[in-house]
Each structure stands twice: as structure tokens, then as C-alpha cells.
Write a protein of this length. Structure first.
Length: 371
């Protein structure tokens, strides 16, 4: 006998009134640190007549200008509260299961082990004497292992969000083991990733992606080189080269230099950001406990993350010495690059539209014209 389940009511769009607009404007005038949590939308807006709402909307639009998305369509800022969004999600989506999470981990590890066993035993010079075919099969091996490795990366990501199970200790233990095996500093990433979610898309506070201005790009590579890059950026060869660099090495470069994150570290409340900046030698990365990305209370977690990386690196060196560096490159190195590729692809798929919209608004309202 089945019973009907009442669906939660969808959140509604609230238009700010003049009074709430004034209060929120006053609040937004206060200097905000990159490490503060963003303010939520006002939740005490009173109902007014439709004419008042239209007038208020017109005033706000006139004050901020017209916003457009990446496709040139007019964009209206939504005004949902966190509670309204949560209430619209079915309750079963919040249920966590340690048994199911561990089963996924065991499944992916078993797939990794089984794939390695099959190729190591049956794809050899004796069983497949024709070299091009053997090379092609091992190329397929790196692709498949990269898929399973990405699965483990995503499971560790869920551990960082505490959605893997109801146990924080289990989440962090599994996340540390999996991410360390993939050369990811688990706790370092977890902390900065949490701050990223508090300020996603903010042009001064996002910990992962802050668009750079044309002037910044020109300053890095030189005016002439920048002009050449802009003239050729739509050329297929340039697009291919940029995609290769971004997809294969963008992730580790971000960990090492915070290349795409915000660069306002002087606002770090504990003073750890003085004289620190993104880039090589700037002291902002995911491996240094003194990095301004982290508070002093979390420094021991950064060291624990570094320990996990050191253990994995030691194991890889021992494998290379005993079985050959070329074997290590095929068994681990190339699958690792595939994991980086899929990670970059997932990031583009989940935030590409938002980034396009951000870049579109910036190009219209922030960056100087070059043509």
C-alpha cells in the first residue's frame, strides 16, 4: 500500500523593498574581510503592493545598471534565503550512509586493482608482441585508471563536505587517505574549499576563481606578448595549447601558487598575509602552515596534510627505483594527469555558466577596452 508524499513547496522570488534596500546598502558599506562569511539575504521583507514592488525594482535596476549573463540575456539577482533552498530539497537527499560510502570506496579500489592485474598479466611483450598495439592498450589503461581515480577523488571531496557519512572522524580519515594517495593535501584543500563555498563568485573573496583584468595579464606577460596572445586566443592551436596546460597542470599549479584565488591576503585577520601574494615564491599555497589561506588554529592540519603527501611521494619513489621510472609513469603518472583533466572538466561543467556570466559583466563594466 503506497502513500502519497507531500512535495516541499518551491522557494519563491522576493523583491527587496525600499526599507530593506536601505538597510542592506548600509550593511554592505562596511569593509568586508575576504575571510568573513557572506551576509545572507534579508528574510524580513514585508509585502507591499505590486506598484511599490515595480517602483523598487526599477530604482534598484537604475542604481546597479543592467546585468547580463554570458549569453547577453538580462539577469535578475535572485533573493532566496538558505532556508528556502534547503526546504525545497527532498529530505532523503540529506541522509548519509557510512556503509554506502565505504562500499563506493571499496568498489573503486577493486576496479583499480583488477584493471592493473589484467593489464600487468595479459598485456605484455609475450602476449601482445606487436608494439603499437601494446602501446595503445596501455594508453587505454591510463585512461580507465584515470576514471577510477577521479571517482576516489570525488569521494574524498564528499568527505571534505562531511556528506560521506554522519561521522566527522570517519569522513576526515577516509578523505585524508584517498586524497593523500592522489597527492592532494586533504585538510589544506578542505579548509580553503569551505571558504570558497562561502564566497563563490565574489570578485575579491573567492578562494578558487577570481577573474583577472586585462591590465593584470598584460603586466605578467608584457604588453607586446599580451597583445599577440589576445590576437591569437581564438586560433585553434592556441586554444589547444591552453586547454592542455589548464587541464593537465592547472590543479597542481593552483595548490602550489593559488594562481586563480583572490590576492587580498593583507586582510587576513591574524596578520599572516603581510607581504604574501599569489604566484611562485609568494608564500601563498596549500602546503605551508604559515600561508594566509589558513588560521593559526589549523596549522597542525596543514602539517598532517603534508605528511600524507610525503608518505605517498616516498612510496612512489620506492616503486620507481624497484620497478623502473617508465613503469611508474604508466602505472601512476599518466592516470594522475587524467584525474587532473577530469577534475578540471568537472569544474568547468559545474561553474562554467557562472564564470561566463561573471566574465561578461566584467568585460562590460570593469575591464578597459582594447579595441
Amino acid at each position: 500500500m503506497s502513500t502519497a508524499i507531500e512535495r516541499p513547496k518551491p522557494p519563491y522570488l522576493r523583491t527587496l523593498t525600499a526599507s530593506s534596500s536601505t538597510s542592506s546598502s548600509a550593511a554592505s558599506s562596511v569593509t568586508v574581510s575576504p575571510f568573513d562569511s557572506p551576509r545572507q539575504s534579508p528574510s524580513t521583507t514585508s509585502l507591499t503592493s505590486l506598484s511599490d514592488l515595480d517602483d523598487t525594482t526599477a530604482i534598484l535596476k537604475q542604481a546597479r545598471g543592467t546585468l547580463v549573463d554570458g549569453y547577453g540575456n538580462e539577469f535578475e539577482i535572485p533573493d532566496y534565503t538558505i532556508k528556502e533552498i534547503r526546504d525545497a530539497i527532498p529530505a532523503h537527499c540529506f541522509k548519509r550512509s557510512a556503509a554506502r560510502g565505504l562500499a563506493y570506496v571499496a568498489r573503486d579500489i577493486a576496479c583499480l586493482a583488477a584493471t592493473f592485474y589484467v593489464f600487468h598479466k595479459y598485456v605484455t611483450a609475450e602476449t601482445v608482441p606487436f608494439t603499437p598495439v601494446r602501446f595503445g592498450l596501455w594508453g587505454a589503461y591510463t585512461f580507465v585508471q584515470g576514471l577510477f581515480g577521479t571517482g576516489l577523488w570525488v569521494l574524498a571531496h564528499e568527505c571534505g563536505h562531511q556528506s560521506f557519512s554522519a561521522s566527522k572522524r570517519l569522513n576526515d580519515s577516509v578523505g585524508w587517505l584517498l586524497h593523500s594517495a592522489l597527492l592532494v593535501p586533504y585538510f589544506s584543500w578542505k579548509i580553503s574549499h569551505g571558504k570558497h563555498h562561502k564566497a563563490t563568485g565574489h570578485l575579491e573573496r573567492d578562494m578558487v576563481f577570481v577573474p583577472k583584468s586585462r591590465a593584470q595579464y598584460a603586466g605578467w606577460v608584457g604588453r607586446a606578448a599580451h597583445d599577440i596572445a589576445e590576437a591569437t586566443e581564438e586560433a585553434p592551436i592556441m586554444t589547444l595549447l591552453w586547454c592542455l596546460v589548464q587541464q593537465l597542470f592547472g590543479w597542481p599549479w593552483y595548490l602550489l601558487t593559488n594562481v586563480t584565488g583572490h590576492n587580498h591576503h593583507e586582510k587576513q585577520l591574524e596578520g599572516k598575509g603581510k607581504g604574501r601574494y599569489n604566484g611562485v615564491g609568494g608564500g601563498v599555497n596549500h602546503f605551508n602552515p604559515k600561508s594566509p589561506l589558513y588560521e593559526k588554529k589549523d596549522e597542525y592540519l596543514i602539517l598532517l596534510s603534508d605528511l600524507g603527501i610525503a608518505i605517498t611521494a616516498t612510496a612512489l619513489v620506492l616503486l620507481g627505483r624497484n620497478f623502473g621510472w617508465l613503469n611508474l609513469a604508466v602505472w601512476y603518472g599518466l592516470p594522475y594527469l587524467w584525474v587532473n583533466h577530469w577534475l578540471g572538466t568537472l569544474l568547468l561543467q559545474t561553474s562554467g555558466s557562472a564564470r561566463n556570466g561573471t566574465n561578461s559583466m566584467i568585460s562590460r563594466n570593469h575591464l578597459p577596452a582594447t579595441h
